[in-house]
Ligand binder design. Structure first.
Ligand SMILES: Nc1ncnc2c1ncn2[C@@H]1O[C@H](COP(=O)(O)OP(=O)(O)O)[C@@H](O)[C@H]1O
Ligand SMILES: [Mg+2]
Length: 313
């Protein structure tokens, strides 16, 4: 039990309706345990319930039912401690234009009751690369700098768990690299990181564990490695000797498409179609193979398959 940064049991959330809107069920009984020290990815399409889930963890949204423990503290029994154990970086750039980064961090530290002598303002400014902007107004900062300032704000009370809601959405590649480097450093220093992202490749590269959420339910949760390995979709890349005018007849369940320079990409399920069957079909179609390669599934495949409403068999 003591090894989890977050433990969630049967978490439910229904947003109240209004005269014009029906009540909205956003979480339908989520169970989740996030081990301490991990970088944990929460993936899912828009409206899946990711923000609801992490906003409940951070105490920004009130749950309808269920239990949430942050760093061992039950949210209902120890609200103050559980809140102090988590910091959240929201997706929106909600900063006061008339505060400087230094003032923003000081204000945030005050809100969390961090005594003046324990504040690490300069250290945090340096960590997020804003030491030279300490006294600039927020409105004068670039989008990337504002995002790093939000990260800094989430760090002022030194929480052991840091949550980032789509931290790299709309962020250029260079800044994304810098952000990931900061996040990795913090993780190596002991902070448990939870993030949501649409950049699946990045989640695959960044996260130790991944949960996939769809329609308010966790549909898969595993180590990144296992999650990818559990998908038995594979792609065979066939370079024919001569360009093909059309896709040849293939065994049932194999989907084919052309890639650049006439490469035929054949997507199949290892458990259902032996590769020899595919090769025989190519031979029967009088196709001479010049080169052949295979591709492992990436997270995109996993994601698409698991979030399909009626998964392909
Ligand atoms: N404040 C709210 N009031 C009503 N419905 C909401 C509110 N916030 C989110 N929702 C709905 O709850 C569902 C989950 O939303 P959200 O948690 O923001 O998903 P995600 O972050 O995965 O895109 C969506 O259908 C969304 O429209
Ligand atoms: Mg969201």
């Amino acid at each position: 039990m003591g090894d989890y940064a977050i433990e969630i049991k049967n978490l439910r959330k229904t947003y109240a309706g209004s005269r014009s809107a029906e009540p909205k069920v956003a979480l339908k009984g989520v169970d989740l345990a996030i081990p301490k020290g991990t970088i944990f990815g929460l993936l899912g399409p828009n409206g899946a319930g990711k923000s609801t889930l992490i906003n409940i963890m951070a105490g920004l949204v009130i749950k309808s039912a269920g239990a949430v423990r942050i760093w061992g503290f039950d949210q209902d029994k120890n609200p103050r401690q559980s809140r102090a154990a988590i910091g959240i970086v929201p997706q929106e750039l909600n900063l006061d234009a008339f505060l400087t980064p230094r003032e923003s961090l000081d204000l945030q530290a005050g809100l969390f009751g961090v005594p003046k002598r324990e504040r690490r303002t300069d250290e945090i400014l340096a960590t997020v690369g804003l030491a030279d902007k300490a006294n600039a107004y927020a409105r004068a900062l670039s989008g990337g700098m504002r995002r790093r300032l939000l990260l800094g704000k989430a760090m002022v009370h030194n929480p052991p768990v840091l949550v980032l809601d789509e931290p790299t959405a709309g962020v250029d590649i260079e800044l994304r690299r810098t952000l990931w480097a900061h996040i990795r450093e913090m993780n190596e220093a002991g902070t448990t990181i939870i993030l949501t992202t649409h950049y699946l490749e990045e989640a695959e590269e960044m996260c130790d564990r991944i949960a996939i959420i769809n329609h308010g339910e966790i549909v898969a949760e595993d180590s990144t490695e296992n999650l990818v390995a559990s998908m038995d979709v594979k792609t065979l890349l066939v370079t024919p000797d001569a360009p093909l005018s059309e896709i040849p007849l293939l065994p049932l369940g194999v989907s084919a498409s052309f890639r650049d320079s006439g490469v035929l990409a054949l997507c199949y399920s290892r458990s259902q179609t032996p590769v020899s069957e595919i090769l025989s079909a190519l031979e029967a179609g009088d196709i001479t193979i010049k080169d052949i390669a295979s591709e492992e599934p990436d997270l995109e495949d996993v994601f698409v398959r698991l979030t399909e409403d009626s998964p392909a068999v």
